[in-house]
Design a protein around this ligand. Structure first.
Ligand SMILES: [Zn+2]
Length: 301
């Protein structure tokens, strides 16, 4: 993710064998920040999780098993990305029950952590928190039978290997947006809600001017009505993140993101991004905002 203030792939569809839910939390039970936190602890236990690493592969297996435990089909959208370090095999995960016959709402996060050679960067917040919360939302929404389907997307390769640019960043979302456009899937998606860096104990969600205005306003309105201020402050920013490739193909998107992590953002992309800096309460607040806006999006279809 990057922000400014003041502003070829081979496709493999794999159905993994059914997994066990290690926390034994039943699908459909109410949202719990503590569950989301448990999902973050598990991710962090794998260590740094850059694209192509064995630890990210373990993390992917964990996410996939959880999703299948909630009754979703999980597609492994595998592709080879051309990176400054040469070709790297990457895998987006897409979890679905329905095929979006009446349309779909996508909840998304990246699940890779930034490659920081020689450093123990475990990414509790970036992107452990958003990955944990999307997984928790998948659990909560597993038994919902709304007109628009809920799809859950875990994107690989969001982080830049060397320096953020159009070509060195958002590998998974750029790949999938191209594919969804080509296959006519994009037209089914009524909204894509992207979560990124949402676990900070001191939550400051920004108003992203790149997000689709009606969706961003919906997030804002709900957050205010739920009394989540002053944590959710209306700082305007222009965020470059995984929502951009989907916006570019006409999908309404919102990025819910906290751009102020630690003093002067000093925990972001450093070894300071650890479990003790994030909280179940922050993840639960963001989760509640998401659950509150879903009925509005359902009505809008
Ligand atoms: Zn990041």
């Amino acid at each position: 993710m990057r922000y400014f203030f003041g502003c070829g792939c081979a496709l493999a569809i794999v159905l993994f064998s059914c997994g066990q839910n290690p926390f034994a939390v039943s699908a459909g039970a109410p949202l719990s920040g503590e569950n989301a936190m448990e999902y973050v602890r598990t991710q962090v236990s794998f260590g740094p999780r850059p694209p192509g690493s064995e630890s990210l592969q373990k993390c992917r297996a964990f996410i996939s098993n959880e999703l299948q435990g909630f009754g979703y089909r999980v597609e492994d959208d595998a592709f080879t990305a051309e990176t400054p370090y040469g070709p790297i095999r990457m895998h987006n995960l897409i979890a679905r029950k329905g095929d979006g016959e009446n349309g779909a709402i996508v909840l998304a996060s990246h699940y890779d952590t930034k490659l920081m050679e020689g450093r123990n960067f475990v990414g509790a917040n970036d992107a452990g928190s958003s990955t944990g919360l999307v997984l928790e939302l998948a659990r909560v929404l597993a038994s919902k039978d709304d007109p628009l389907d809920y799809w859950f997307l875990f994107l690989d390769g969001e982080e830049a290997f060397v320096e953020w640019s159009t070509f060195d960043s958002t590998y998974g979302s750029r790949h999938l947006a191209k594919r969804w456009k080509r296959e006519g899937v994009a037209g089914k998606i009524r909204a894509l809600i992207l979560l990124d860096i949402i676990g900070d104990k001191n939550l400051d969600i920004y108003y992203d001017i790149n997000s689709t205005p009606w969706l961003m306003d919906l997030v804002w309105e709900k957050a205010s009505r739920m009394g989540l201020q002053p944590n959710l402050s209306r700082y305007k920013s222009s965020v470059l993140d995984d929502h951009i490739p989907f916006l570019d193909i006409g999908i309404p998107c919102v990025d819910i993101i906290d751009l102020n992590y630690g003093p002067e953002n000093s925990y972001w992309h450093t070894e300071e991004d650890t479990l003790d800096k994030i909280s179940p309460e922050s993840m639960e607040k963001v989760g509640r905002v998401v659950l509150e806006i879903l009925p509005e999006i359902q009505k809008k279809r």
